[in-house]
Design a protein around this ligand. Structure first.
Ligand code: GLU
Length: 418
């Protein structure tokens, strides 16, 4: 089943549980608008290449559409639709006044030069400029996009519109109107949710001493998750990226690992303890082996569908926290939940990014600048509240935490229709 089919199914089941009519359920499932377009790009060698691109505006019942733009060779219409629906639910779960959107370009950005990447980003922004804006649809970073790219897109948008509109994009560089704390927001928010849920669950699930963690994906989200988790006494024993994985039994140092990864282009071969990296500290494993490590907590922080029918029986973690969007398929969720694995859903766990995007949007509109401490404190409050609400719903309704988060989000959305 594709992620779009699965997402539709989740919303449908939740709607039925809430006693919503089929009409309302359909209203909550189908995107309000999906734009499909092409971007012709003149490459450095003078040739022309055409890329397919999308922007899905899923639902605006609770506010303007909000969600990132990803650059990835596998982006397709159904994926963008599913991701935009997850944004709708996610914004409702953390109770911020946005609907859901998502965009993407089918491209491998690693094959582009810096100049080509800038041209592509600007061209994407120019294509969607007529349909977005701070009161309509506010894009942000996602897989393979970052503050620099948001800066280009935002600049292009303002040029086309002939206005200054600081809140039309979020996740911008801090010097160009971005919010302090936005870069670390998703990872930090995830660790706050993890601690809160473990706390609430402590009577039922005991994790001794410093619980061990394996993280799949060492991009912005995976790295910051590792950093904050290590600072709080968790032991990060494994990390992976698209090119390889490492296992460091005594616990690795996230900062040194990042430095090593930036030098080598991959985490493979980076066995870093303290500030020292040495081959004696760890061993190389495959990305698949990382997912199956006997750790307490598994953190998929890359792409969707990585924990699925093919590997679910070999997963040994007691807790899975979805820092990517949709990394655990529905089938794997149902199987692992039955086995007693606690799955903290992405629509709750990875919402920290969009929450600080919301703070960036407020600051832009008010012409105000908040300090990093203030941002992270406010973020933690929002995340803890949502985690507690979802947890209580799960206990009350005897459902999984993922089902509870859906109940929380879909109920908030449906309130706008009665
Ligand atoms: N791309 C991120 C997500 O999936 C952030 C979206 C945003 O900040 O609008 O939640």
């Amino acid at each position: 089943m594709s992620m779009w089919e699965e997402t539709k199914k989740f919303i449908k089941q939740t709607g039925e549980k809430l006693g919503l009519s089929q009409g309302i359920i359909e209203r909550l499932i189908e995107p309000e608008m999906v734009y499909e377009f092409t971007i012709p790009l003149k490459k450095d060698d003078g040739s022309l290449q055409v890329f397919k691109a999308w922007r899905s505006q899923h639902n605006s019942l609770r506010g303007p559409y909000k969600g990132g733009i990803r650059f990835h060779p596998e982006v397709n219409e159904d994926e963008v639709k599913a991701l935009s629906a997850l944004m709708t639910i996610k914004c409702a779960v953390v109770n911020i006044p946005f609907g859901g959107g998502k965009g993407g370009v089918r491209v491998n950005p690693k094959e582009l030069s810096e100049r080509e990447l800038e041209l592509l980003s600007r061209a994407y922004s120019a294509k969607i400029a007529p349909f977005i804006g701070q009161d309509k649809d506010i894009p942000a970073p996602d897989v393979n996009t970052n503050p620099k790219i948001m800066g280009w897109m935002h600049e292009e948008y303002e040029k086309i519109k002939g206005v200054k509109e600081p809140s039309a994009f979020t996740g911008k560089p801090v010097c160009k109107g971005g919010s302090k704390g936005r870069v670390e927001a998703t990872g930090y928010g995830g660790v706050v949710v993890l601690e809160k849920i473990l706390n609430l669950k402590s009577q039922i699930l005991k994790l001794d001493g410093s619980p061990t963690i394996a993280i799949q994906g060492f991009g912005n989200v995976g790295y910051h998750f590792a950093k904050f988790a290590a600072e709080r006494g968790f032991k990060v024993v494994g990390v992976s990226d698209s090119k390889g994985a490492v296992y460091v039994e005594d616990g690795l140092d996230p900062e040194a690992t990042l430095k090593c990864k930036n030098e080598k282009g991959t985490v493979a071969g980076c066995y870093c303890k303290g500030s020292v990296c040495d081959v004696r500290f760890g061993k190389t494993i495959s990305g698949e082996e990382l997912l199956e490590l006997p750790v307490d907590i598994l953190v998929p922080a890359a792409l969707e569908g990585v924990i699925n029918e093919s590997n679910m029986k070999r997963i040994k973690a007691k807790v899975i926290i979805e820092m990517a969007n949709g990394p655990v398929t529905k089938q794997a969720h149902d199987y692992l939940t039955k086995k007693g694995v606690l799955i903290i859903p992405g629509i709750l766990a990875n919402a920290g990014g969009v929450v600080v995007s919301y703070f960036e949007w407020i600051q832009g509109r008010q012409g105000w600048r908040w300090g990093k401490e203030e941002v992270l404190t406010k973020l933690a409050d929002v995340m803890k509240k949502a985690a507690k609400e979802a947890w209580e719903l799960a206990i009350e309704g005897r459902v999984s935490l993922k089902e509870a988060a859906y109940l929380l989000g879909v109920r908030r959305l449906a309130e706008n229709l009665v």
